[in-house]
Design a protein around this ligand. Structure first.
Ligand code: AHR
Length: 333
């Protein structure tokens, strides 16, 4: 009997150890609140869907995200959507299937995300919006939005122009190169700029069209603007790359960029800053692409179940030609 008791005691002990081990391994394999991708090594896996590689800004943003992930010890699954919303939705669905711990993405356009965001929420995978936001009414579909205030950027560009043209007695004709149709920075920069120039009725946007945030787009649309409008005084381009493309069209049309046509852009990437320092651009509102370190920090926090602010705005400035000359030697992107 005694022997029997000893046996059943050791079976019970073995069963307790086994169930502790089982519970432990389930907890390590699947994190019920923050997604199911945590592996035994405890490493966080992030699925990131990038807009594309349309501009110098985007290239710098991708580098910042990849570098920051490796510094933070976060395993990054990266997808380039080539400026197509359907590719982003596909990538996000793949990340859900792979049970990553966190999904982050920069939405190419503002609308049409509710269904896929709901799928991520149902799978208990937290989503972080970075760079661009979405127009979903349900703010619980994502944890936070890290990025610039694009309306402010457009406003700063417009306010600078209002100040420059405050003594203008006749009409000042402005052409506008918009970013990708439906993208938050295109919508918001247009809005901010329009609001600011409303202060001077002489300032008129005579043509406004998308150049898709690319150099080729900027060049092509500027050529059309120049053909259709004999008097263009100002170009407002929603990013440096379109402004740089437009420079070629302006020069080819026999005009001097920065003198015959005042050029205002957004971003302040190195090539844009060089054009500004050279007097070919006149003013840039900065938009920082260096979002990687803050994004990884947020990923760790949301994965740990911490509450993070719903909106984190990037700190930015503006540049005149003189300021660009000073800043260029230390410019990181
Ligand atoms: O969303 C940020 C914008 O996207 C940048 O201003 C532009 O260059 C990029 O393509």
């Amino acid at each position: 009997m005694r022997k029997m008791r000893t046996h059943s005691a050791s079976w019970r002990a073995a069963a307790v150890v086994a169930s502790v081990l089982l519970v432990g391994s389930i907890a390590a394999c699947g994190n019920s609140d923050t997604g199911g991708g945590t592996k035994d090594d405890g490493k966080i896996t992030m699925g990131f869907s990038q807009v594309g590689a349309e501009s110098g800004w985007r290239t710098a943003n991708t580098t910042s995200i990849k570098d920051a992930a490796s510094t933070a010890g976060i395993e990054l699954k990266f997808d380039d959507a080539q400026q197509k919303q359907e590719n982003q939705i596909k990538a996000i669905r793949n990340y859900i299937q792979q049970k990553v711990d966190v999904i982050a993405f920069s939405p190419v356009v503002e609308s049409g995300w509710d269904t896929v965001l709901k799928e991520a929420k149902d799978a208990k995978i937290p989503v972080i919006l970075t760079d661009r936001s979405v127009d979903s009414a349900d703010k619980t579909l994502y944890k936070t939005f890290l990025g610039s205030d694009f309306v402010k950027e457009g406003k700063l560009a417009g306010e600078w122009l209002v100040e420059q043209k405050k003594t203008a007695s006749g009409p000042v004709n402005i052409v506008e190169l918009q970013g990708t149709t439906g993208a938050a920075p295109a919508n918001d920069r247009k809005k901010g700029f329009a609001e600011a120039i409303a202060a001077n009725p002489n300032l008129k946007v005579i043509a406004s069209q998308t150049g898709d945030f690319t150099r080729a787009g900027g060049k092509q649309v500027m050529e059309q603007f120049l053909k259709a409008n004999p008097k263009i005084d100002v170009l407002f381009a929603h990013n440096d790359d379109m402004g740089l493309g437009a420079l070629e069209a302006i020069t080819a049309a026999g005009k001097v960029p920065g003198k015959d046509i005042t050029i205002i852009t957004v971003d302040a990437v190195k090539d844009g800053m060089q054009a500004l320092a050279d007097g070919k651009f006149n003013f840039i509102a900065e938009c920082s692409p260096l979002l990687g370190p803050q994004l990884m920090d947020l990923a760790k926090k949301v994965h740990a179940g911490e509450t993070v602010p719903a909106r984190i705005e990037t700190e930015e400035t503006t540049f005149t030609s003189e300021q660009a000359k000073e800043a260029l030697p230390n410019r990181k992107y």
